[in-house]
Every structure is written in C-alpha cells, then in structure tokens.
Design a protein around this ligand. Structure first.
Ligand code: ATP
Length: 261
C-alpha cells in the first residue's frame, strides 16, 4: 500500500481544516483529489509529505510511519511537485534534475556519474532530453512542469504528490503532462494529484477523492464518484455529467449556461 491514512485531522490554530480522514492508496494508482478552493487539498498533501507535522491520526507511506522517517528517508519514499511556482533555478535543466538525486548520497557528498546518468535517464523518460542544457528560467511553463516531473522521477521515490500540476499550462501541455503522469502510474508509481477540473479526473485517474468541508466526501472509481449531484453540490453550480464515445469518457457541463444561450 503506497499511502495509508487513518483518522487524520489537522487544524490551523483553532480552525479545523481536515476532519477524521481515513483512506488507502494502493501501489500503481493515479488518484485525483477534487474539492473547492480552500477545502484543504494542499494541507492534506503537506501532512502526507511531513511538512505539517501537527496532525492527529496516523499516516504511513509505503508501509512506514511518517513520524518515524527522517527528511532524507521521506525523500526516498515520496516526491513532491508543488503548485505553479516562480522559477528560482537559474541552472541548466539537467542540474535542476540532478539536485533531486542527493537522497541516496552521504552527508556533504556531491553527485557523481551515477547520479548524472539517473538525471539524464529521467529527462529521456519524460521525452525532454533535448532540454538538458537549456537554462531552466528560459524554457516555457509547460517545459518547466515536465522538468519538475523528471526531477521527481530522478528522486527514485515510489510515490509522487502533485499539487495542481497543470494549473499554468496550455491545453496541449496539460494533456501531455496528464498523459505522462498516467503512464507513470501504469508502470507502478503511485501518484496523487489535485485538480480543479473533474473532466481530467474522468480522463486521467484510477480513483477520485473528493474533499468537502474538511471531510472525505467520496473516494473511488471516477465514474461512480463524479455524479451530477456531487459536482453540483460541491461547486454550488448546476452541473450535468454527460457521456461520450460509448461512455468511454464523461464530461461535466454547466447546464444553466446552455439554457441561457
Ligand atoms: N499557514 C496557514 N495558516 C493558516 N491557515 C492556512 C494556512 N495555509 C492554509 N490555510 C487555510 O487552510 C485552508 C485550506 O487551505 P489549502 O491551501 O489546503 O486549500 P486547497 O484546497 O489546497 O485550496 P486551493 O484549491 O485554493 O489551492 C484555507 O482556508 C486556507 O486559508
């Protein structure tokens, strides 16, 4: 089991954000987390990453109690791709990826040929080896996102957490990044990503987790979880889920907009 969360609650001061969440994410699963702005998706990720240690309950990553892992041990189990970011790396792309390979080095040791090979392998795996010697701050937002995925891969962790990985991307890059992420899950990695687009959950997830008012409102197969009723209530908007291509794919439509036109 990649991630096991039991009775997780978390508060900022007296404000409870997450209330009694219990769920398990098996290996090789792509999970999309849906929920309105401010519901606690990033907070949940921060707890699982060990960045908000003040939670109650129990979190195990790849069978290991999160509280017992050092920062270095956590980095071996789980990698993180943050929400859209201001690029700070004025380095070559390959060096940005190389930085993630340090978790298996001794203290103060510098990366060597093995780590460099791993960085190039990760770039090749994501199909962006041609960017290796470009300056990170001078490539596009979509390319930067792909570099961050390569960086997460080079970290060699079995579990990847992605906080709205496509929020800054155009349509083409969004689909390319999500498709790449799905392929990685098929190869055995566990990936948990937040999204604001339920259509993406239909297209690119094995399971959908829905957070509402601090609680786990639903978790399971996207076709069973994402219903017109749930999405309408979640976003306070009249939405109808429609089926396309013999129900191979479903899409959400805000019906009021159609009635007006
Ligand atoms: N450091 C903090 N101190 C106090 N409150 C915080 C802090 N960080 C986040 N919050 C609050 O906790 C709640 C959950 O925030 P969080 O960022 O987890 O939501 P989210 O679901 O990821 O939102 P979004 O979809 O907008 O990114 C919000 O109401 C937010 O204002």
């Amino acid at each position: 089991m990649s991630i096991e969360v039991t009775n997780l609650s978390f508060s900022y001061g007296s404000r409870e954000i997450l209330r009694d969440l219990t769920f398990s994410i098996p290996d090789g699963t792509l999970v999309n987390v849906l929920g309105p702005n401010g519901v606690g998706k990033s907070t949940l990720f921060r707890c699982i990453l060990g960045l908000d240690p003040g939670y109650t309950g129990h979190i195990a990553v790849n069978g290991k109690d999160l509280r017992r892992l050092s920062i270095r041990e956590r980095a071996r189990e789980i990698s993180y791709i943050p929400q859209s970011h201001a690029p700070v790396y004025d380095y070559e792309v390959v060096d940005v990826v190389l930085m993630a390979t340090g978790n298996d080095l001794k203290m103060l040791a510098t990366p060597g040929p093995a780590q460099l090979e791993r960085a190039h392998e990760a770039l090749a795996r994501i199909g962006i080896e041609h960017l290796a010697h470009r300056t990170y701050t001078q490539i596009s937002g979509g390319e930067q996102q792909l570099v961050l995925i390569a960086r997460a891969l080079a970290q060699n962790a079995r579990t990847i957490i992605m906080d709205e990985p496509t929020s800054a991307l155009d349509y083409g890059n969004t689909m390319r990044v999500l498709s790449c992420v799905r392929q990685l899950a098929r190869e055995g990695l566990s990936i948990v990503q937040s999204t604001h687009n339920p259509d993406h959950a239909f297209l690119y997830s094995d399971a959908t987790m829905v957070l509402a008012e601090g609680r786990l409102a639903a978790f399971g197969n996207p076709h069973e979880v994402i219903t017109s009723k749930l999405i309408s209530e979640l976003y306070d908007l009249e939405v109808e889920v429609n089926s396309l291509y013999g129900d191979k794919v479903r899409v959400c439509v805000p019906v009021r907009e159609i009635e007006r036109s």
